[in-house]
Design a protein around this ligand. Structure first.
Ligand code: GRF
Length: 207
């Protein structure tokens, strides 16, 4: 593991990258003592790759293989290798649409984090904001959690409640949740970067 003070992040995403941008902005503003070492995507045209390149951050598409919801073994090895080469302390999932299991989680044990657009354990899985709206809950939100072998089941690090308003549509509710995510994710990362977690993960650093 790399020495030095700043937490090194490897960010994985499949989509537009608004959470990545919020993290990059928090780093830029000085509120998050970290650096993004690498951005990886399973989608060649993902906005997150362009967002990273625009900021001079190394960004790479890795073909995911034949499966739809997970990485094939070759792809999984390539993701692990790239993140290890970049000496990341923490793997940050920001809209990465594939389930990570087995070898990947063993390679970064206790060091993979995700953000999910609901108050877990309610509404795990896809389109959680749609599930919340259909169910009729009055409050939903977002959750930052550690990733374990299950889907959206790992230990919870932080949550932010978001109201469901009269007349909300799938789009308006999704937007409100995403706004909350853009605050919650960088804040949670900052707590980790400044707390005992870093000393545990990187005992040789002064962080
Ligand atoms: C976020 O809403 C997050 O909750 C989910 O995927 C979405 C990613 O959006 N896991 P973006 O690519 O960060 O804009």
């Amino acid at each position: 593991m790399q020495s030095g003070k700043k937490m090194r992040l490897g960010v994985l995403g499949s989509g537009k990258g608004s959470n990545f941008v919020a993290i990059a902005q928090a780093i830029q503003s000085g509120s998050l003592p970290a650096e993004v070492a690498l951005v990886l995507s399973d989608m060649p045209e993902a906005g997150i790759l362009q967002q990273a390149r625009d900021r001079g951050i190394s960004a790479q598409f890795i073909p995911p293989g034949a499966f739809r919801t997970k990485l094939d073994p070759t792809a999984e090895s390539a993701f692990i290798q790239a993140l290890q080469d970049a000496q990341v302390d923490l793997v940050v999932l920001a809209g990465f649409m594939r389930i990570l299991k087995g070898d990947f989680l063993r390679a970064f044990e206790g060091r993979v984090m995700n953000i999910h657009p609901s108050l877990l354990p309610s509404f795990p899985g896809l389109e959680a904001w749609k599930q919340a709206l259909s169910y009729g809950v009055k409050v939903t939100g977002c959750t930052v959690h550690w990733v374990d072998q299950g889907v959206d089941t790992g230990p919870i690090l932080a949550q932010q409640a978001v109201p469901v308003l009269e007349g909300d549509t799938v789009t308006s509710l999704h937007q409100r949740i995403q706004e909350a995510e853009r605050t919650l994710y960088p804040e949670t990362l900052a707590r980790l970067a400044q707390g005992p977690w870093m000393t545990k993960v990187r005992p040789t650093s002064n962080a």
